[in-house]
Design a protein around this ligand. Structure first.
Ligand code: NOJ
Length: 578
C-alpha cells in the first residue's frame, strides 16, 4: 500500500499504471490487522490473482463537465473575498477590483472555481459595505463599473464565476431612498422604510440582531420619528410591505444579472418582512425569495446562497428544493467545528451531518465554511492546532455540500491586531502575498505584496510565515495542504453531488463516511484523538469494493461486509473504493 501522504491523484498519467489490490504491497497491513484480530486472515498463501486494471478518469475533463453543467455550484470551490483586503493596485492601501483581477491566476492555481465578493457597491462603510448607498455602481475605493466588467470577463475567461453580495434587507442612511423617505410622511418614498412615533411597534416583535446594539429603533430628527433597523443605526430596514420596495430590490438583482454576474450571496435574507407573527422567514419573506429565484432562473447557470441566521435553520431556505435557494450556509459546522475537534468523540460531527440529511429537502446543498468575515479566523477556531484546521478542512471538502473558503484560509492567516470599523476587522486583514524582504525583521512598512502604500489596516500576526510566497516554497505548509485538498475534490462527482452514508464504527473517536455517485465511491476517515492510534470496525459497511488510499495516512480494508479503519493520532484518510 502506498503511504504517500496528502497526495491526491490528480495527474491522470499516474492512473494508467495498474493499482495493486492484492499481493505483496498490501501484505504488511494485512499482517498487522491479523495481529489485531481484526481482519480475515488466510491460512495459506494462494497464488497472487492478476492485478485488475482500473482505467482512471481524466479529472480535468470531469471537472470541466461538472463545472459547466446546470448544477456547477455543487462542484465548485467558492472563495469569499473582502476586496478591500485582497490586493491593492493603486498604492492607496485599499484593495480594489483591478487588484483582485490581477490575482485571479493565483486563485485559479489554488483550485478556486467561483468568487463571492463581499459588497462592492458604493457605501460609507459603516458596516464594511453592508450599508449600500447606491445599488447600481461600484464603490470608488474599489474602482468603477468598467473595472467590475473587466474582472467578470477575466474570471469567465478562466472558467471562474463571480457571485455578489446582495444586501437588500436594509440600505445605508446615505442611500437616496432613505434621504427622501426621511423628509416627511408625504413624500413618494415616505413608507419605503419602517417609521414609528415610538421606539417600538406591536407588529414588529423583534429587537436588533445580537451584537448590533440594544435598540432596533433610532430617532431621526429630520422626520421627527423613529426608524427601524436590525443592524447598526446606519442601516435602516427597508419596508417590504410596500410593493415598490419589492420591485426596486428585484430590479437591483436584475441589473447585476444583466451585467453577467453568476448569482448572489443573499445577506440576512430571512429578515425582509416583519409582522406580529414574527420577524424571520415569515410567509411573505418566503414568497419574496421565490420571486427572486424565478428571476434568477430566467438567466441560465446562475446560483444563489442564503445567509440564514442562527443554528439549525437552513431547511426553510430551500423550499421544495427547487423554488428557493440552491445553497444555504451551515452555521453550525462553521461555528462549532473548533469545539468538535477539541473533544475526542466523532459523534457530534456525525450527528450534525446526519440531522442535516434528515431535515433538508432533496436537492438542498449545504454551504460549508470554516470561517468568514463575521467569525474568528479558522486558525483561532482550531486553537492554533494545525491538525484540527486540516481535518476540519478535509470534512469541508468531502462532506455533502459545497465548500466556501474564506480568503487567507489557505495560508492559515492569523487574526489581526487593529480595529477600524468593528471587532470583526480582526478577521478582515490584508492578504500577504510576498515573502519578507532581505535582512532582519520586523518590517513595519512592508506591504507584503498587498500594497506599495500604507495598508488600510495592519496585517494579521506573523505575515512573514503566512504569506503565499513563503508557503509555496514549503511542501508542509497550509497552502500546500489546501492545494492538494482542493485538487482531491476536483472532478469527483461524488463529493459535490453524491449520496452520504455515515458508517458508524465501534470506536467513538473515528468519523467514517461514504460518498457515492453513480459510478464512484469514496470513504473518508477522520480521527478525533490527537494522541493515540485507533482502530475501528464498521460492521455492515458493505463497501462496494476494496479501498485505495488517495489522501492522508489512515488505512482502510474490507473484511467481509465490515470495513476496518486504522487511524493515526489526529489522522485522516480518503479512499477510493471499487
Ligand atoms: C450579515 C453580514 O454577514 C454581516 O457582515 C453584516 O454586518 C450583516 N449581515 C448586516 O448586513
Amino acid at each position: 500500500m502506498e503511504l504517500a501522504s496528502h497526495s491526491p491523484e490528480s495527474d491522470p498519467r499516474r492512473h494508467r499504471r495498474l493499482r495493486p489490490r492484492v499481493g505483496s504491497r498490501r501484505a504488511p497491513l494485512a499482517v498487522a490487522l491479523c495481529a489485531l484480530s481484526l481482519a480475515q486472515c488466510g491460512q495459506s498463501s494462494p497464488a497472487p490473482a492478476p492485478e485488475p486494471v482500473y482505467p482512471e478518469k481524466d479529472r480535468g475533463a470531469e471537472a470541466a463537465r461538472l463545472l459547466s453543467g446546470p448544477e456547477w455550484y455543487r462542484h465548485a470551490i467558492f472563495y469569499e473575498v473582502y476586496v478591500r483586503s485582497l490586493e491593492d493596485s493603486t498604492g492607496d492601501g485599499i484593495g480594489d477590483l483591478p487588484g483582485l483581477t490581477s490575482r485571479l491566476d493565483d486563485l485559479k492555481a489554488l483550485g478556486v472555481d467561483a468568487l463571492w465578493l463581499m459588497p462592492i457597491m458604493p457605501s460609507p462603510f459603516a458596516d464594511s459595505g453592508y450599508d449600500v448607498s447606491d445599488y447600481r455602481d461600484v464603490d470608488p475605493d474599489y474602482g468603477t463599473l468598467a473595472d467590475f466588467d473587466a474582472l467578470l470577463a477575466a474570471a469567465h475567461a478562466r472558467g471562474m464565476r463571480v457571485l455578489l453580495d446582495l444586501v437588500v434587507n436594509h440600505t445605508s442612511v446615505a442611500h437616496p431612498w432613505f434621504q427622501e423617505s426621511r423628509q416627511g410622511p408625504a413624500n413618494p418614498k415616505a413608507d419605503w422604510y419602517v417609521w414609528s412615533d415610538t421606539p417600538g411597534r406591536a407588529d414588529i416583535p423583534c429587537g436588533p440582531v445580537l451584537t448590533f446594539g440594544t435598540s432596533a429603533w433610532t430617532w431621526d430628527p429630520v422626520r421627527g420619528q423613529y426608524y427601524f433597523h436590525r443592524f447598526y443605526p446606519a442601516q435602516p430596514d427597508l419596508n417590504y410591505w410596500n410593493p415598490d420596495v419589492v420591485a426596486a430590490t428585484l430590479d437591483v438583482a436584475r441589473f447585476w444579472l444583466d451585467r453577467g454576474v453568476d448569482g448572489f450571496r443573499c445577506d440576512s435574507i430571512g429578515l425582509l418582512y416583519e409582522s406580529a407573527a414574527g420577524c424571520y422567514m415569515i410567509p411573505e419573506t418566503v414568497a419574496y425569495i421565490q420571486s427572486l429565484r424565478q428571476l434568477l432562473d430566467a438567466y441560465p447557470g446562475r446560483a444563489m446562497v442564503a445567509e440564514p441566521l442562527g443554528f439549525g435553520s437552513e431547511a426553510p431556505f430551500f423550499g421544495n428544493g427547487q423554488d428557493m435557494f440552491q445553497m444555504a450556509f451551515d452555521f453550525e459546522y462553521g461555528l462549532d467545528w473548533g469545539a468538535y475537534f477539541s473533544g475526542s468523540s466523532a459523534q457530534p460531527i456525525a450527528d450534525h451531518f446526519g440531522s442535516i440529511l434528515q431535515s433538508n429537502p432533496a436537492g438542498a446543498q449545504n454551504a460549508l465554511y470554516l470561517d468568514s468575515h463575521d467569525i474568528r479566523r479558522a486558525f483561532q477556531g482550531a486553537n492554533g492546532v494545525d491538525s484540527r484546521y486540516r481535518r476540519a478542512a478535509l470534512i469541508q471538502m468531502t462532506m455533502a455540500g459545497t465548500p466556501f473558503v474564506y480568503y487567507g484560509d489557505e495560508l492559515a492567516l492569523r487574526p489581526g491586531t487593529e480595529v477600524v470599523v468593528d471587532a470583526r476587522d480582526y478577521e478582515r486583514t490584508p492578504m500577504p502575498w510576498r515573502g519578507p524582504p532581505q535582512g532582519p525583521g520586523p518590517w513595519p512598512d512592508f506591504g507584503w505584496g498587498f500594497t506599495t502604500g500604507k495598508p488600510w489596516i495592519a496585517f494579521g500576526a506573523d505575515p512573514e510565515l503566512t504569506n503565499l510566497e513563503t508557503e509555496q516554497l514549503d511542501p508542509a505548509s497550509t497552502y500546500a495542504f489546501y492545494r492538494s485538498l482542493l485538487s482531491l475534490r476536483r472532478g469527483r462527482e461524488a463529493f459535490g453531488a453524491g449520496s452520504l452514508r455515515i458508517l458508524p464504527t465501534d470506536d467513538d473517536s473515528i468519523l467514517l463516511y461514504l460518498r457515492e455517485s453513480s459510478d464512484e465511491s469514496y470513504v473518508v476517515a477522520v480521527g478525533m484523538d490527537e494522541k493515540a492510534w485507533h482502530t475501528g470496525v464498521a460492521a455492515g459497511a458493505s463497501l462496494p469494493g476494496d479501498a485505495e488510499r488517495l489522501f492522508g495516512e489512515a488505512m482502510l480494508v474490507r473484511s467481509g461486509t465490515a470495513a476496518v479503519v486504522h487511524v493515526p493520532p489526529a489522522g485522516m484518510g480518503v479512499f477510493r473504493v471499487r
